[in-house]
Design a protein around this ligand. Structure first.
Ligand SMILES: C[S@@+](CC[C@H](N)C(=O)[O-])C[C@H]1O[C@@H](n2cnc3c(N)ncnc32)[C@H](O)[C@@H]1O
Length: 202
């Protein structure tokens, strides 16, 4: 079954959780990974992997010795991905992000980059707030949160939380999507130029 049909099948079964009828286009997938400084990125998290169009981009670009944790709620999608990408650690529920950001010795791990395809607009306000706070907490100083959304609903939270924010629209996607690039306050790391690909300031 093609990725589009597989995705549509899941959408018809759980439209709210899936959040769109088609996987992201290659243009949107490329826009989601373009601003990441891959050489400096050791821990990457993906939320809402779906059929893996963005997973594939991340896996191709990340450093060899980096850690990649990817979350996908739908069991069959996640199982397919785990077969395709044996070098990626897959987990089910993005709402349990913090629980999984630990080593075997229970030490906390922080992410340098979190890339999200989650349908935030379909979550309750409480769920949305909790998850956005968890994402912020697990990001390293200087870390980057990249999210695509079909509306600007998250913007007030992102503006108030992140040091640097850029939003641009990718028209070549069904439906067109906003890509948010959000950088947490940097420690000693040089800031990522989140403005370099943007055409629309948030
Ligand atoms: C709009 S789709 C994006 C899929 C893929 N990233 C893409 O760009 O084509 C959203 C995905 O988030 C997943 N999802 C929804 N709620 C989730 C949760 N709580 N934890 C993990 N994944 C979730 C859905 O199953 C779906 O695959």
């Amino acid at each position: 079954m093609s990725q589009n049909w597989l995705f549509l099948k899941h959408f018809l079964r759980s439209p709210i959780a899936i959040g769109s009828v088609m996987p992201s286009s290659r243009h949107l997938a490329a826009a989601m990974v373009r601003c990441v400084e891959w050489e400096q990125t050791r821990v990457i998290v993906e939320l809402g992997a779906g059929t893996g169009v963005i997973t594939q981009e991340i896996n191709a670009l990340r450093r060899e010795n980096s850690s990649f944790l990817s979350f996908e709620y739908e069991n069959s999608l996640r199982e397919n991905l785990a077969q395709c990408y044996p070098n990626v650690s897959f987990y089910k529920d993005a709402f349990r992000l913090k629980d999984h950001m630990v080593t075997q010795q229970e030490d906390k791990i922080r992410a340098d980059c979190i890339i999200s395809g989650l349908p935030f607009a379909n979550f309750s306000q409480q769920q949305r707030d909790n998850l956005l706070n968890d994402i912020y907490d697990v990001l390293n100083p200087g870390g980057l949160f990249v999210a695509f959304q079909y509306t600007r609903q998250l913007q007030p939270f992102l503006v108030s939380s992140y040091d640097k924010l850029n939003c641009h629209k990718v028209w070549a996607n069904l439906p067109p999507a906003y890509v948010y690039l959000c950088q947490k306050t940097s420690g000693s790391k040089a800031p990522v130029d989140v403005h370099r690909r943007g055409d629309e300031r948030a």
